[in-house]
Ligand binder design. Sequence first.
Ligand code: ZN
Ligand code: ZN
Length: 158
Amino acid sequence: MRLPSRRRVVADDAHGLAAALGAAGRRLLASVRWLGARLAAPLRTGDGPNKFRLSSVETHTTTIEGDTGWAYRPPATVRCPECAADIVQADARAAIDCPRCRVELPPGQFTDLELLALTCPLCRTRMLYGQRHPEAFDVPEWATCPNCQYHWEFKHFY
Ligand SMILES: [Zn+2]
Ligand SMILES: [Zn+2]
């Protein structure tokens, strides 16, 4: 039972740190909680480019920026259904306007479009993303930046 106790130590350390840091710490704590859930859950391999690895050692030393909720979804690139051009939707509530053929779609149309990329809002790197409940949602449920480790979650599950 070495692994579970080590995880608890990480969480307790993060809690003390979070209290000391205030709001920024709470964000960090949310990320660490997410990491804990991620480490505890079996890795899913069939639902997207799930290539990142984070060890419990790294959670000690890395400050991770993150957001939760669809309203804070990272900028997305989707394929225009009319002309196949790339359309960048800055956030989940922005209109989806094609720069080439001028088609304009409401934000709710997002789920009908082919998602090409999510972009890190901090450093503009292409993010890795995937789903946790492909049977329940038709959208990415998490995204993580391979460059700066910014992490976004659709929803809290704890
Ligand atoms: Zn178009
Ligand atoms: Zn980044």
